[in-house]
Design a protein around this ligand. Sequence first.
Ligand code: GLU
Length: 570
Amino acid sequence: MNRQELADLIFPDAKEISYYEEKYPERDLPEGAVVTRFAPSPTGFVHIGALEQCIVETSLVKKSGGVLILRIEDTDQKRKIENGVQGIVDSMKDFDIVFDEGMVSETESVGAYGPYIQTQRKEIYEAYAKYLLVNDKAYPCFATEEELADLRKRQEEAKIDNIGYYGEWAMYRNLPIEEAAARIANGAPYVIRFKSMGKPDGRITHKDMVKGKVEMPQNMLDIVIIKGDGLPTYHFAHAVDDHLMHTTHVIRSSEWFPSVPLHLELFRALGFKAPKYCHYAPMLKSEAKVDENGSVITDENGEPVTFKRKISKRKDPEAAVSFYHKEGIPAESVKEYLMTVANSDFEMWRKNNETADLYEFPFALKKMSSTEGALFDMDKLIDVSKNVIATFSAKKVYEDVYAWAERYDEVLLGMLKDREYSLKVLGIERGAEIKKKRKDIGRWSDVRDYISYMYDDQFDGQYDYQLISDKETLKEIFTLYAEEYYNPADDSAQWFERMKDLAERIGYAREVKIWRKAKDEWPGHVGDVSTAIRVGVTGRRNTPDLWQIMQVMGPERVKARLALALEQLS
Ligand code: GLU
């Protein structure tokens, strides 16, 4: 019996690899085009780090005229959930990530290099595993769990450096072909292992696109390539798929970095050209250290002692991209923030290119952080988001908030039903012509609270009176203002002049400057008077531009508000 016969016994139906090599020819793309992929397991869950990866990939693909693929890695059947693929497709759509190829729904795909779900590629992996078997680069291994546990125990007792299945320890590596065939014929369970040529002290040098030149230990493990259930392991599927899909760049978080020597060896054994590897450090989160009682440990200055850890799917709601959607943080903001995480000079670029498309930024892999990931910072994200939302037109804000409210906030939805009025409300301090743009909204879940006072049925009748809180003065201000000074036809300058006139009328300084020169001589100044009116009309002391608010509210509502404030004071 020879290797070919053993391989035929194991994979009787597998095709020659030449069949697949021809079926998936080189891509016809411009020179330097980046072909890359997002390759999640179908757990339905999309991690914020995965979105960062997709933004990086989109950047490179768009600039080079390349291809972005969505490939589903479902060889670990335990992790699969129902509609998991759809969940991934939908989440990515929420962030306008466009895949040129791969899965577009739970069951459908586009592109000529499929199938794009690994379990549907079983026969392909078999062909390549068979090729390795025939070429003495793989072998069936019959080791039972007990045998593997025993091996580990013996290695530990022998205090050797490298624990694992390799070299002399690999008890089925040199099993005679006849014996292997006999065991298989008898129905013994087995896996297919790769026959590594690596040496315990061997080193490789390799150039990673993010980390630069690195030296690493060789792989020497005879890793499993086809599992007992007939499906490939991640490593083997990675080599076969990325070869046949003509992936030029494998972009992934650095947790995969230690596997590079193995992957390079697999590519070589299969006769494939390896892709460029790009391993970046995943984002981290800072957490306070606690003692055994759960109390925060502090340093000598009373500051909490913190440590950095990966963002965890289990512990951190912000790990899931769906979280941002629920919070109503616009996709544009999240992407903008993730770009600052990926390349820290993005912010500078944005300052000089305010309206440019995000993907026009000259993104570079080598500017990504390779060793320690950037800290994920929610406050920073909200700040970025405020700036992003400030660039939106009132119409866009209205439409986005409406879509969000439809799913998450019935009360807000009710408010927005008055489209014309709401467009004006959301248009305050917004628009291309406004210099000082409104920057108070960072997420749609804040909108209801920010604008509620503009809606009579939401106005809570609570008044946050400030410096002027004496009832008689307030009454005087509101009465005079409503009867003699308020003129809805005034432009913003005239409006403020009248505010000054009113201040003077009740004995307040008409200019802050005047008041500043002799503070003791005045009860206050025009700013205090206008603040009183602001609170009278809106209930709040901090609002966008009051003149604009009054314009949007219209004279009837403004007068009704002043009347209501007066009523409350009596
Ligand atoms: N399925 C792997 C994961 O979810 C993909 C890693 C890769 O991009 O190669 O981590």
